[in-house]
Design a protein around this ligand. Sequence first.
Ligand SMILES: Cc1ncc(COP(=O)(O)O)c(C=O)c1O
Length: 386
Amino acid sequence: MPNYKASISSKLPDTSTSIFAVMSKLAHEEKAINLSQGYPDFPSSPELINLVSEAMKQGYNQYAPMPGIYSLREVISEKITSMYGTVYHPETEITVTAGATQAIFTIITAMIQQDDEVIIFAPAYDCYIPSIRLNGGKAIEIELQAPDYRVDWKAVKDTISNKTKMIILNTPHNPTGTVLSKDDMIALESLIKDTNIIVLSDEVYEHLIYDGLEHQSIARFPGLAERSFLVASFGKTFHNTGWKMGYCAGPSALMEEFRKVHQYNVFSVNHPIQKALSVYLKNKENYLVLPEFFQKKRDLFLNAIKDSKFVFKPSSGTYFQLLNYANLSEENDLELAKKWTREMKLASIPISMFYSGLIDNKALRFCFAKSDDTLLRGAEILNKIE
Ligand SMILES: Cc1ncc(COP(=O)(O)O)c(C=O)c1O
């Protein structure tokens, strides 16, 4: 093929393959235990799989309605109200999406115009900045300070300008495993109450929260809910990230704009899976068991490495655990993550990749959504590192 590249002016010149793909590929090539990318290595529920297959057999194989099937939107609405209080009308305030990533891209595309500023907290999940840039916006990063990674609301106040259009929240937080408190949410609510700032609240790990903590969804705070998009992921909740299913909820005026983009982006998403989820989601146990299920995995992993030289605070949410290796090596986190994948046969994610300035706090992220055996084998390797 002739090299066409010379004539292409990239819209994302600084973007390369995501670190998740890089580390998973390396783990595969090196036959390493893969605690890098955030997905479970155990199966999705057989009941849910049966429901999908039944829906296919029953003929739900053509386009679903643009915003999602009504019965699924109805049960999503009931779930949000029962957990967080706010009522989202299924007709006008909820849209089913192809995972959270599509919801996030669609929200940003619908809302962000040339030179609008979007405040994000770094380390930040990797899809926010490219989505903002592609839409002509400017991401303004506020650093969460290690080792606690809390939000400095004074810094947020000082960063807000008349160009600030959006603030992106993520709680429970990937990659640090921290969760926002009620006071954090109240601080945000009062900071933006007299502005036109809207909030994109990425809550994909809403059900993965530990030690008796409660998830502080924007839907618990009327002053935030009225100006926010709430984003959720069935992939994260029901152990099937490969299905790419999620949803977005928000007040009707915001949702109307969201759907204008959604209908020309994907139009509608997987019909048989929507049918299956509309049944499976009715049983609250299916998501209420998750804190206990994942906390056991976190504790198994942390207990197994308690005598290692790594320094850590138990993750409060998500299925990620940060381990600080400053006692073990001065090496750059990216180089070390690659080296340990090749030499120790254990893959992780370097945290510097979640900052545009590649800040290296000597921390690696390990995913504990893995079978107990995988976690114990991973821990055994970590214990050997001196
Ligand atoms: C914070 C956060 N938001 C969004 C996503 C994307 O979710 P989905 O797979 O549903 O697109 C992820 C996936 O890792 C994530 O960690």
